[in-house]
Ligand binder design. Sequence first.
Ligand code: MG
Ligand code: MG
Length: 265
Amino acid sequence: MIKYKSAEQIELMRESAQLVSKTLGMLAPLVVPGAIPLELDKKAEEFIRDHGGEPGFLGMYGFPNSLCMSPNAHVVHGIPGKSPLLEGDIISVDCGVFMNGYYGDHAYTFPIGGVDAATAQLLEDTKASLYAGIREVRLGNRIGDIGAAIQEYTESRGYGVVRELVGHGLGQKMHEEPQVPNYGKRGRGKKIQEGLVIAIEPMINLGTQRIKQLDDGWTILTADGKNSAHFEHDVAVVNGAPEILSTFQYIYDALGMEPAEYENL
Ligand code: MG
Ligand code: MG
């Protein structure tokens, strides 16, 4: 059953989402060659607790850390390790917060220094596909419209769309109904209603859509070893239209970037 949120609940969820955004912004200048993922994970945990939240991922389903950090061909659910980041790598940083009874959950894929042109384009196109999906989150549409938009945007550019892992409803639980696939058919699935809050999170591969799992029981990686990108926002339906509760602005401020045109809904 989908748990639609009141305006008051959405305000609380915005605070949880914004603490994730601030955590990613704090990390952004530290995601550089030589950085140790496990040390960044500890910094994130400290930052979240200092700001009145609890790490949302730590201990969830037995996950050992506060961040999922997934470099290069790792798609999602990577465990922060002790190997330093290298120039030319990319890394998806997915962060969860639990605060005031509600979860925030969002992610950004960072380039480590300069990356090759195809990978830079993958990052840009995956982020743009997230916004293409968000634009569909309005009254009159259905859940399938979100995935269809993401799939159309990315497959037309030759990328692989991961099927096995999907976005989700968000609230007092990290994973609520409905599932929000990154592929689908227009006009299919549940109707989008006022108060829906979902995490939309395209996982897009440079090559094949197929994935496999490491024997750590967590890490998902591409079957062909090519790079994968992952961007995630928390989105509410307010007055019939999408409202993004999380923001990349703290990351942009930290890195001296401007939002892209497509980020204006
Ligand atoms: Mg996430
Ligand atoms: Mg999520």
